[in-house]
Design a protein around this ligand. Sequence first.
Ligand SMILES: [Zn+2]
Length: 120
Amino acid sequence: MSGEVITRYANRAGAVVELHTARFMTTWTRSGPPYAANKPYEVDGYNWRCLGCKRYGRQGETYYDPGFVDRRKAENDAQGHADDCSALPPEPEPPQKQEEQRRRGLTAWVTSLVTTEERR
Ligand SMILES: [Zn+2]
């Protein structure tokens, strides 16, 4: 559902609010509400998600459009959320886990070197 990140905003506690492209189903015509389409159809648009509080800009149940067609509206909404939200960024992974991942990565790298070496 979510695509490429276009802009990143910082909320009041430094967590990131990402504005990204999104494809979603809409029930409105190109003119927007109150002009309902005969059939729901898929459009290219935008949405945002907050990595602090995990909220999304628009979701299917709250709105008829689970995303924004208008980029400027999406930007304003994302900026508005960033200004209001004070959820902290996610906790960094504990150092042991990072160390473990580093070690695993190093092992894979050495293994690939050895394998390449053996092939020659
Ligand atoms: Zn938030």
